[in-house]
Design a protein around this ligand. Structure first.
Ligand code: NI
Length: 167
C-alpha cells in the first residue's frame, strides 16, 4: 500500500469529471486500498478518486470513530433525496483550515457498485449523507467551496494564501 498525493485547490485537475469504472481488476483494487490508507492518514471521512488524480468514479468513506465502517462506491449516483441540512464541511483538497456550512439533503439513497461488481443501494442521513454528496461533487469536478457565497470564498482564499506563505 502507498500514500497518494492529494491534489490541493486551486489545482485545475480537481475540475476534471471522472469517468465511469468499466473494469474491476487488481490495479483498481490497489488504488482503493491506497485511497483508504491515504484517507485514514489524513483524518478524512471520505476521499474521491479525483482528489488523488484518478479520474474514475470511485470514492471511499468511513464516518465511524474506530475506522471500521469502510464503504467503497464505484459509479455512485443519488437516486433520491429528502430534507435539508446545513453542516460545516471541510475538505482534504482545500487548505487553510477552511470549514463552512453547505446546504445538503438530509437523507439520500445512494446506488453504486461494490468491488465485486455488484450493484447495491444505501440509505444514509446526517454526516454520511453529507459525505456522499461531497464526494459525488468531487467526481463531478465540484468543491464544497463552490457552494459558498463570493464573500465567504474570498475569505477562504485569503486564509489559504496566508497558510501557504507560512509553509
Ligand atoms: Ni473533499
Amino acid at each position: 500500500m502507498a500514500l497518494l498525493e492529494i491534489l490541493k485547490y486551486p489545482d485545475p485537475r480537481l475540475r476534471i469529471k471522472a469517468q465511469p469504472v468499466t473494469r474491476i481488476d487488481d490495479d483498481l483494487r490497489r488504488i482503493v486500498d491506497d485511497m483508504y490508507e491515504t484517507m485514514y492518514a489524513s483524518h478524512g471521512v471520505g476521499l474521491a478518486g479525483t482528489q488523488v488524480n484518478i479520474h474514475q468514479q470511485i470514492f471511499t468513506m468511513d464516518v465511524s470513530e474506530n475506522h471500521d465502517q469502510r464503504v467503497c462506491v464505484l459509479n455512485p449516483e443519488i437516486i433520491s433525496k429528502e430534507g435539508i441540512q446545513y453542516e460545516a464541511e471541510g475538505c482534504l483538497s482545500v487548505g487553510g483550515g477552511a470549514y463552512d456550512k453547505v446546504e445538503r439533503a438530509l437523507k439520500v439513497r445512494l446506488r453504486g457498485m461494490d468491488l465485486d461488481g455488484k450493484t447495491f443501494e444505501l440509505d444514509a442521513e446526517g454526516l454520511m449523507a453529507v459525505c456522499i454528496q461531497h464526494e459525488i461533487d468531487h467526481l463531478n469536478g465540484v468543491l464544497f467551496i463552490d457552494h459558498l457565497s463570493r464573500l465567504k470564498l474570498e475569505r477562504i482564499r485569503k486564509k489559504i494564501e496566508k497558510s501557504e506563505r507560512r509553509e
